[in-house]
Design a protein. Sequence first.
Length: 97
Amino acid sequence: MRSGNLSIKIKIADREYPMKVAADNEEKIRIAGKLINDKIKNYREQFGIDDKQDLLAMVAFDCVVEKMHTDEYQQQNESYVTEKLGTLNKLIAQEIK
């Protein structure tokens, strides 16, 4: 596992952003940049929008909606697991008596 910080440049919407990242996170950061650029490209092609600020706003909005869906799914999963653990605890308690 690599350690330390790296100075890298990430290009988003034809603009370079220098940043320092933990070496362990470099790949993740580069993938995130690629995903953002892919979303920008998709919105540009789908809607014919060229204004970078509009494209970035749409990508930001899309990311927030995805995060909200993920949070909701995670909350539902946690509730389900908690319910099932409660049921298992009751069954075990009944068997122990």
